[in-house]
Design a protein around this ligand. Structure first.
Ligand SMILES: [Fe+2]
Length: 381
C-alpha cells in the first residue's frame, strides 16, 4: 500500500521524461535575412567522450563557421566534468583537457565574441586553483588562435571571483556575466578575495543590482550557471526511478527498491544542497535576481546546470535553460513553462533589432523538417 501511494504521489509530482513538451502551439517561421545580432547559449558542455563523435558540437561548429562578427557564444558552465581541470601530473588532466578542447575547437573559425562562465563542477576537487587553470587555458588558447573579435578576456569572472559584470555585445544589447557558484558555495568564497570586486555575498547582490539598474535602457542577457526556474531534478522534479530506487542516483546498477526513503530523501535534498533551487542560499540568489530584473523591464536569463532545454516565462522575464550540450536528463513542465525537452542541444537568439528577436532551441539529429529546431518563439523587450 505504501509503495502504491508513493508511486502515485511521485507520479503526480514529477511527470518527467526526455520527450519534448509544449504549452500551446508553435510554428516554424521562415528565416529572415535582416539579422542584427546572434547569440548562442550552451551549458554543461564538458562531457565529450574521447573517441566518440559529438553531434551537438558538429552541428554547432557548422553554424559558428558561417556566422559574421555580429555574433557571440556563451558557454554556461560545467565546462569540464566532473572535477574541473586537474593538474598536469594527474591521470584526470588529459581527459579534462580533451573535454575543454572539444568546446574550443567548435570556435576555430568563429568570428564572434566568446565567453565562458564557471559552473559548480568547474570548482570541484581542485577549487580555485583548478578553476584558474581552466581560465588560463581558455584565455591563452583563444588569444593565440585566430582572434577575429580582438578579445582579450574570454573566461569571466576573472581569478575565481564572483563579480557580476557587464560586457557590450552590440549597440543596445549587453551581457551580464557572473559566477553563481561563488555566491552559493561557502568554500568558493574562502581564501584571499582581495583581487575581487565583490568580497562577500552582500556585495555580490549589491553589484548585481547596480549592474541591472545601470543597464535598464539596454536589452540585457543575464548569463550564469544556476537557473532561477527549472523543472527537472534541481527544481524538485524527479524521475520515478530515482524515487523508487534512490541508490541509482549514486550507483547506476543499484536497483534496490526503497520508495518511501527515496521519496523523502529527494524532497529533503532540495533544501540541503545549495545546488538545488529550494535551498535558502539559492533562494536568496534567485529571488534577488528576479526582483531586480522585474523592476527594470524584460530581460533574458540564460543558465545551464540542469541537463535539459527549457523556456519559461515568469515575472515578465524570459528564462532560458540550456544545459544539455553534452548531457541529458528527464524534465517536466511547471509554472510559466512554454517548452522543455531532455534531448541534447542548445539555444540561439537571433536579434532582428535590439528590441526584437527569435529564440530557438536546436536539437541536432532531430526535427529535421524544422532545420533541427525543436521550438522557436518571437521575443520582445
Ligand atoms: Fe551544474
Amino acid at each position: 500500500m505504501l509503495l502504491v501511494m508513493t508511486i502515485i504521489i511521485a507520479c503526480l509530482s514529477s511527470c518527467v521524461s526526455y520527450k519534448p513538451k509544449y504549452k500551446g502551439e508553435w510554428e516554424r517561421k521562415q528565416a529572415e535575412d535582416n539579422t542584427y545580432y546572434t547569440v548562442y547559449l550552451l551549458g554543461d558542455a564538458g562531457n565529450s567522450i574521447l573517441g566518440e563523435t559529438n553531434l551537438v558540437f558538429d552541428h554547432l561548429k557548422k553554424e559558428l563557421d558561417s556566422e559574421s562578427d555580429r555574433s557571440a557564444i556563451v558557454w554556461l558552465g560545467d565546462n569540464i566534468y566532473p572535477v574541473g581541470l586537474a593538474p598536469n601530473n594527474s591521470v584526470y588532466h588529459r581527459e579534462g583537457r580533451y573535454k575543454l578542447q572539444a568546446q574550443l575547437n567548435t570556435m576555430s573559425n568563429f568570428k564572434g565574441k566568446k565567453y565562458f562562465v564557471p559552473g559548480n563542477h568547474d570548482w570541484y576537487t581542485f577549487g580555485r586553483i583548478g578553476l584558474r587553470r581552466q581560465e588560463m587555458l581558455v584565455d591563452s588558447f583563444l588569444r593565440h588562435t585566430p582572434n577575429y573579435s580582438k578579445q582579450d578576456n574570454f573566461f569571466l569572472p576573472d581569478k575565481g571571483c564572483g563579480d557580476p559584470q557587464v560586457v557590450e555585445l552590440a549597440e543596445g544589447i549587453k551581457l551580464l556575466l557572473m559566477d553563481s557558484h561563488w555566491f552559493l558555495n561557502e568554500n568558493a568564497r574562502t581564501g584571499d578575495q582581495s583581487v575581487c570586486d565583490v568580497k562577500t555575498p552582500e556585495e555580490f547582490l549589491k553589484k548585481l543590482n547596480t549592474e541591472i539598474a545601470e543597464n535598464s535602457e539596454n536589452t540585457l542577457i543575464v548569463a550564469s550557471h544556476h537557473p532561477p526556474y527549472t523543472y527537472a531534478h534541481h527544481g524538485g522534479k524527479f524521475p520515478l526511478k530515482s524515487d523508487i530506487f534512490p541508490l541509482t542516483q549514486r550507483f547506476n546498477w543499484l536497483y534496490l527498491p526503497l520508495p518511501a526513503a527515496g521519496f523523502i530523501f529527494n524532497r529533503m535534498r532540495l533544501r540541503l544542497s545549495e545546488q538545488d533551487v529550494y535551498h535558502p542560499t539559492y533562494q536568496l540568489y534567485r529571488n534577488n535576481l528576479i526582483q531586480n530584473l522585474e523592476a527594470h523591464g524584460r530581460s533574458i536569463v540564460a543558465s545551464g546546470h540542469e541537463h535539459t532545454l527549457q523556456f519559461i516565462e515568469n515575472d515578465n522575464q524570459y528564462y532560458v535553460v540550456s544545459g544539455s550540450a553534452s548531457k541529458s536528463n528527464k524534465v517536466g513542465m511547471g509554472k510559466g513553462s512554454r517548452f522543455s525537452t531532455g534531448e541534447k542541444g542548445y539555444a540561439k537568439i537571433v536579434f532582428k533589432n535590439k528590441k526584437k528577436a527569435t529564440l530557438q532551441f536546436i536539437v541536432p539529429g532531430q526535427f529535421i523538417e524544422h532545420d533541427n529546431i525543436a521550438y522557436e518563439r518571437e521575443i520582445t523587450f
